[in-house]
Ligand binder design. Sequence first.
Ligand code: NIG
Length: 396
Amino acid sequence: VSALALDNIGLLVTNDPALGAGPLGIVRDAALVFDGDRVAAVERAGAAADERIDVRDRCVIPGFVDSHTHLVFAGDRAEEFAARMAGAPYAPGGIWNTVTSTREAGDADLRGLTEARRREALRAGITHLEIKSGYALDVPGEARLCALAAEVTEDATFLGAHLVPREYEGRPDDYVALVSGEMLAACAPHVRWIDAFCERGAFDADQARAVLEAGRAAGLGLRIHANQLGLGPGVQVGVELGAASADHCTYLSEGDVEAFAGSETVATLLPATDFSTRQPYPDARRLLDAGATIALATNCNPGSSNTTSTSFCIALAVRELGMTAEEALEAATSGGARALRRPDLGRLTPGARADAVVLAAPSYTHLVYRPGVPLIAATARAGRLEWRDPELWPPG
Ligand code: NIG
């Protein structure tokens, strides 16, 4: 194993207050030393290493940890999006369109589509992804999606409880029994997590609880989709069951905010979804002031949020959700890691996985200040530079 140093970093975000200034643990004029796939040290610029890359005063941040995606799917729903922009509302039923195209796609095609999206995410600075199933909704199909997700990430999630499929129309409890029994048994070997979409038009509190409890009994960690389209029981169910994260949270009651604040459950906000579905934005300030932990994720999927741009999510979080640039960056890095209970990710501190992004900018503030501009010059994952922008790299 040989040491690689990113040297002459103008501003390094470590996310470790013990290593630098403020909650982001900022170190100026730094070198970041990798040893194999781990961070070995944070040093003064000029560090010795087998290989040195001079980043010429640019800003280096931890790789984005995208803790909510639905990357394994076929087809697109641009027409639904266009109809929404013309005033139509978002409805969970649209999921069925993607189920139809995903069921028809062969393994090789789905694998290729997923890999292309993973590469797109890497170009956007995402070094770790959670990926959900949920676009097959039958036993062999969900097992196939879970296996494909697990080829890309250790954080694959079984989401059989995404929508009641047409075959079970009028019999939702029979479908819940299938998800909690035979489907769970086929999917559990591939995944770390189980999730349920608890919303009017999808699954109610009792149904979501039944699915999540079955998942827990099978050894899986819990996540929940909650309060995307209106106030509902999802946050309370998630907190009550000790879910790692309750996601969306576009609508929050006082009780929901208090529940987050008194729990280990992370509130994962998905502002690109609220953008793409013309919903109001969640009030992140209220959650932060109450003491809740926030993650920001892309929710990349063909229906409600077809983007891999964490930078866009950060810009929205600052402009529309009431977060500072520092809070938004933290939520998109260490917040995502906390939502996945991955202490090895989301920080650039000795022992953590060596996942870092070199920005074509002197500061992370540019992610908000220059919205829509590609600023990801290079992405390192597990100690290797896996993406270099041909225009922005090497640093000039
Ligand atoms: O997180 N809310 C449920 N699932 C996805 C949307 C899926 C779709 O519309 O295809 C979400 O927004």
